[in-house]
Write a protein that binds this ligand. Structure first.
Ligand SMILES: Nc1ncnc2c1ncn2[C@@H]1O[C@H](COP(=O)(O)OP(=O)(O)OP(=O)(O)O)[C@@H](O)[C@H]1O
Length: 861
């Protein structure tokens, strides 16, 4: 439902008395209606019939209807006879004066200049404005309103100028433009942009004025969009051929533009409306030769035109009662006629004698509308008094022109004749058309490119947030329980891997689309630039037009950037809200845990200190100050928040394809600082040593989770131990052979132990060091011993445990029945001693893995 809000403080008739008038007319209500008459050229049919021209345009304000014809001298017996043709009807010779008269050669642009161009400033000041075209069928109403591709009508020209005007106001106001296009046919209202056989209902509201229930407002950004819209709308308009016009419109078409403007400083909101109405033909029923349904159509048309005329008359008389309710048309235009509305009426007439009656009626109707400011007597000038005045003025002016011409020729300034002016005007028109057509293509390509680039950035941000969330979950899983880790490996990691793969696919796809779109856009941009340069060198006067094209382009880009930022902000905001909620629960839980421990006297001073530190941070979180330039160095942030059209950026350039960003599980493990000491000279990420509980992908594509802090390990010793193990034992056997190593050979801080049930599953025999050089290299260079714990073949858990393993021995290999090596995590039952050892290790682990009670390393014997 369309709601029409009255511009504040401008509702009454009184306020319109202050309406500024650009036409220079009086400032009262009467000044609101401006009447312009347009005389169309004779059409081919009329030319073929050699019809007499009955409208003579004297100048830009005056026309003579049915002028006197020059009589050919009639001689009888060599004597000229007085011109008397008693059979011929006397010529009316009526002189009409209007605000403007556009002759047969006037273009739509000329009509625009004299009609709607001026009223746009009133629209910007907060007044509703309306333009009517009135006239008989075939008089040129639709041509004036809509025009054609070569000669766009005043609707297009007005909208073009409106966008231009809006640009000049944009520093101080924000604008929103919506348009609707409806027709009133047989006293029913239909939406031309969303055709339906069910008529729309008119509603009146004391607050919002006239509303059309169910009417959709279409938002437009350029005047070009409007052309397509009007073209589509006109296809839906009711037309029937009449005797006078093969494409006669049998309905009143009402095009309305709602301009919502908000003042940036005061936040004051104004909604104004510009109505442009192409009325149905005002011809007599006999002129159309219509009977039956067509006759009824004509009767309805006449009824609404009559009530429109009545309303205009009553408004002119200052009557308190205006019969708006007499027809649908007047009801619809209630707030576009009186009140704070500035109205222009364009009366279209044909000059042919075949349309004599219709032209006469139209001129009378127009004169009656003009009566609003002048009495009809003054308007229809009697006798030759006014004409003689005109002739006198004309003679004086001609004299002045001659004097000026003489002066000009004396100062050897070339007087530019009217002919070249016309040629220049035509050339300008041509350039405008070419530039507009190219700009339309360009703006289409640009919108597509900007939308793709925005999608690219939104995708990148979402992936970053997803990865961050995953790291967080992995960290939590590590800290909570082995089951959580198991679930992590079985579900979260594969899901994350799938998401990362998906992201890669999508971003590569988007990147290539962006590249293609950018190439096309860039080509088109160069082409447009060349055309603009050529146009400027040919007609420098077009600089304003070219500037406007550039400004439009900048505007589009700014809007796209703005939309993107809003979208990114809303995504980030959701994330922050979720995180804040989660964080607000943490301190209370932490407090409970700490107090429980303290209750059992299990809270050592270090823990207490850390707890107090965390609580202090939690409390001061409220007072966080935000740094404006915190993200300056972040390439990701820059990429996501900028839409730079200079070159098409891809996600790859900004490192999203780097493994840690795309998928935190993909990595090469190392825990040694001594990089030179490594046999495997893979590039190593120092940051990796900081990870705890992070899933890590090995070179052979296995995923493991490090279940403790790397920082806590004595890496040099670990490495040496690992090397020592390599020297002393043959690794041709299953990796489980680690189990038979004398624990004394392992360093004091790092022993593998198996706690999870799944560790007891049979080990994969194919995991041989010889067959897997990568893993071999890995075990050589790192003290992180990979356990072959298999969670659905997807990931494995490595559990470095602080402390030293208690010694235990495996039974000999040649035992009968043949058995695999026993060890931690083996599925083979252990003997009693081994069981006891395992329990002892577990008990020790439970105690020693607590970071606040780490015992000194057990010295080797
Ligand atoms: N100023 C003009 N210059 C050139 N051609 C014109 C002009 N005005 C009208 N025409 C032509 O005259 C024909 C009839 O014009 P148009 O359809 O605009 O009339 P109309 O008043 O809208 O008629 P109806 O009320 O029946 O719809 C069209 O072919 C149009 O192109």
């Amino acid at each position: 439902m369309v709601k029409i809000e009255r511009a504040p403080g401008l509702g009454g008739v009184k306020s319109c008395a202050l309406a500024p008038s650009k036409s220079g007319s009086t400032q009262n209500m009467a000044a609101n209606i401006k009447v312009v008459v347009r005389v169309r050229p004779l059409n081919q049919r009329e030319l073929d019939m050699n019809t007499r021209v009955v409208v003579d345009v004297v100048d830009e304000k005056m026309l003579v209807f049915d002028p006197k014809e020059e009589m050919r001298p009639f001689f009888y017996q060599g004597v000229q006879q007085p011109n008397k043709n008693f059979l011929k009807r006397a010529n009316k010779e009526l002189k009409f004066v209007f605000d403007n008269v556009c002759g047969q050669n006037a273009t739509n642009n000329d009509v625009f200049e004299t009609t709607t161009k001026d009223i746009l400033s009133s629209l910007m000041e907060g007044y509703n404005c309306s333009v009517f075209v009135y006239g008989a069928t075939g008089a040129g109403k639709t041509f004036t309103m809509i025009g054609n591709a070569e000669n766009p009508g005043i609707t297009y020209l007005t909208m073009e100028h409106l966008f231009y005007t809006i640009n000049s106001y944009e520093k101080e106001r924000e604008f929103d433009i919506g348009v609707s296009y409806i027709e009133v046919y047989n006293e029913n209202v239909y939406d031309l942009l969303k055709p339906s056989s069910t008529p729309l209902q008119l509603r009146e509201d004391s607050k919002y004025g006239v509303m059309v229930a169910g009417l959709t407002l279409n938002s437009i950004k350029t005047a070009r969009e409007l052309l397509n819209m009007l073209e589509n709308g006109n296809k839906n308009r009711t037309q029937h051929p009449t005797d006078a016009n093969a494409e006669s419109s049998r309905s009143h078409a009402v095009f309305q533009v709602y301009v919502k403007m908000r003042y940036k400083t005061s936040s004051q909101l104004r909604i104004v409306k510009l109505s442009m109405i192409d009325l149905a033909g005002s011809e007599r029923a006999s002129a159309t030769g219509c009977v039956g349904d067509r006759f009824k159509e004509g009767a309805n048309i006449n009824r609404s035109l009559l009530s429109l005329g009545n309303c205009i008359n009553k408004l002119a008389d200052g009557s308190s009662y205006i019969p708006y309710r007499d027809s649908k048309l007047t009801r619809l235009l209630k707030d576009s006629l009186g009140g704070n509305c500035k109205t222009v009426m364009i009366a279209n007439v044909s000059p042919a004698s075949t349309s004599y009656e219709d032209t006469y009626n139209t001129l009378k109707y127009a004169a009656r509308a003009n009566k609003i400011q002048l009495s009809i007597k003054k308007n229809i000038v009697e006798g030759d008094v006014r004409l003689s005045q005109y002739v006198k003025i004309n003679q004086e002016l001609m004299k002045k022109v001659k004097e000026l011409e003489a002066k000009l020729s004396l100062s050897s300034v070339k007087v530019v004749s009217r002919e070249p002016d016309m040629a220049k005007e035509k050339a300008k028109q041509e350039w405008r058309k070419r530039i507009s057509a190219e700009e339309e293509v360009y703006s289409g390509l640009e919108s597509k490119l900007l939308s793709l680039m925005s999608r690219q950035r939104v995708l990148a941000l979402r992936q970053r947030l997803r990865t961050r969330a995953f790291t967080h979950v992995a960290d939590l899983a590590h800290r909570s329980s082995t089951e959580a880790m198991e679930q992590m490996c079985n579900e979260e990691i594969p899901r994350q891997e799938r998401a990362a793969e998906n992201y890669m696919k999508q971003s590569v796809n988007l990147d290539s689309k962006v590249l293609t779109a950018w190439t096309k856009w860039d080509e088109c941009k160069k082409k447009l630039h060349v055309i603009c340069q050529q146009a400027l060198s040919d007609c420098p006067e077009l600089s304003d037009f070219v500037d406007k094209v550039h400004l439009n382009c900048e505007l589009r880009q700014i809007r796209a950037r703005d939309n993107l930022r809003q979208k990114l902000l809303s995504i980030e905001n959701d994330e922050i809200e979720a995180f804040t909620e989660y964080m607000s629960d943490m301190p209370s839980m932490l407090k409970k845990l700490y107090l429980t421990l303290k209750g059992y006297d299990k809270a050592p001073p270090a823990l207490t200190a850390e707890y107090l530190e965390i609580m202090k941070k939690a409390k001061s979180a409220k007072g966080i100050t935000w740094s404006d330039d915190g993200n300056e160095g972040d390439a990701h942030f820059k990429f996501v928040s900028t839409l730079d059209l200079k070159k098409p950026s891809t996600t790859l350039e900004y490192g999203f394809s780097k493994k840690e960003d795309v998928n935190a599980t993909v990595d090469v493990i190392t825990d040694s600082d001594d990089l030179t000491d490594l046999e495997n000279k893979e590039p190593i990420k120092l940051s990796a040593k900081k990870r705890k509980g992070t899933p890590i992908k090995l070179l052979n594509n296995e995923t493991i989770i490090i279940n403790d802090s790397f920082e806590s390990m004595d890496t040099t010793r670990n490495l040496n131990s690992a090397k020592k193990i390599k020297r002393e034992y043959d690794f041709a056997a299953d990796v489980e052979n680690y189990g038979i190593i004398d624990p004394k050979d392992l360093n004091s801080t790092f022993v593998m132990t198996g706690k999870v049930e799944s560790m007891k599953k049979p080990l994969k025999t194919e995991f041989k060091m010889e067959l897997n050089p990568v893993k071999k290299g890995l075990t050589d260079r790192t003290n992180t011993m990979p356990r072959t714990i298999n969670f659905g073949d997807k990931a494995k858990v490595v559990k470095p445990v602080v402390g030293k393993a208690l010694p235990f021995r495996r039974p000999p290999l040649q035992q009968n029945p043949p058995q695999r090596n026993f060890g931690f995590g083996s599925s083979v039952p252990r003997d009693a001693q081994a069981q006891r050892n395992v329990q002892a290790v577990r008990a020790r682990d439970r105690f020693q893995s607590h970071p606040y009670s780490r015992p000194p390393p057990i010295s080797r014997k």
